[in-house]
Design a protein around this ligand. Structure first.
Ligand code: IPE
Ligand code: MG
Length: 229
């Protein structure tokens, strides 16, 4: 979710106003995903590197998180959303941690949409943490073991990876999990990312051929290679 700051600056507003609008865009996006039958939504809300921003922006983001959770949980829960917060909890305030844990507990029984909010998260952090866990348990660092130790082991790898804000980079998001994700870069700033923008991303996804290392001919069930019976 990139582009909140630019959205605000273009309107001569403080950056935090852009983040506030970003929360609205996220609310809209969650609803749109439910309406479209998406089973898992994972968003990058705050990166390990975002601590380097001005202190008032960081505290603004933290306040928005606590505020949004306080307000939105009943509605999210009624809509069948199961919340997960993915990221380093050390370094977060007791108050933030308490609100994350509470939100997870209150929505754990839901199953319509698994909604992962990556907060104080980095893709490298996740990989390093998984490797350290395996080492501590004396397990071999195989792909399968690493996969199980990763913070998103409760969901399948993402099919579609959307970045807004006209930047074309991953910025340390889902590095391990996105090995075969289809990438979609939207010129829209995150606060402007609406249903139509989501549908454009899904339509682009639908036109991609996902080969997972195979050839095109292998994908149609091998019918072109098969001998007639
Ligand atoms: C949102 O967009 C990203 C978050 C940290 C929530 P930005 O704040 O990076 O917006 P730009 O890139 O400055 O426009
Ligand atoms: Mg940005």
């Amino acid at each position: 979710m990139d582009g909140n700051g630019r959205w605000a600056t273009r309107r001569f507003l403080p950056r935090v106003a852009g983040h506030k609008q970003g929360v609205e865009a996220l609310r809209r996006c969650v609803r749109a995903c439910i309406d479209r039958g998406v089973g898992v939504l994972t968003v990058f809300a705050f990166s390990s590197e975002n601590w380097n921003r001005p202190v008032e922006e960081v505290s603004g983001l933290m306040e928005l998180m606590v505020g949004a959770l306080g307000r939105e949980i009943p509605k999210l829960s009624a809509d069948g959303v199961q919340l997960h917060f993915i990221g380093e909890r050390g370094g977060l305030s007791e108050r933030i941690i308490a609100s994350l844990v509470r939100a997870e507990g209150l929505t754990a029984h839901n199953s319509k949409l698994v909604f992962n909010v990556c907060f104080n998260y980095g893709g490298r952090w996740d990989i390093a943490r998984a490797a350290a866990q395996l080492a501590a348990r004396g397990e071999a660092p195989t792909e399968a073991n690493l996969d199980r130790a990763m913070a998103l082991s409760h969901v399948p790898d993402p099919d579609l990876f959307i970045r807004t804000g006209a930047e074309q980079r991953l910025s340390n998001f889902l590095l391990w999990q996105s090995a075969y994700a289809e990438l979609f870069f939207s010129d829209k700033l995150w606060p402007e990312f609406d249903e139509a923008a989501l549908d454009a991303a899904i339509a682009a996804y639908g036109s991609r051929e996902r080969r997972f290392g195979k050839t095109s001919a292998q994908l149609d069930g091998g019918s072109r290679d098969r001998q007639p019976a």
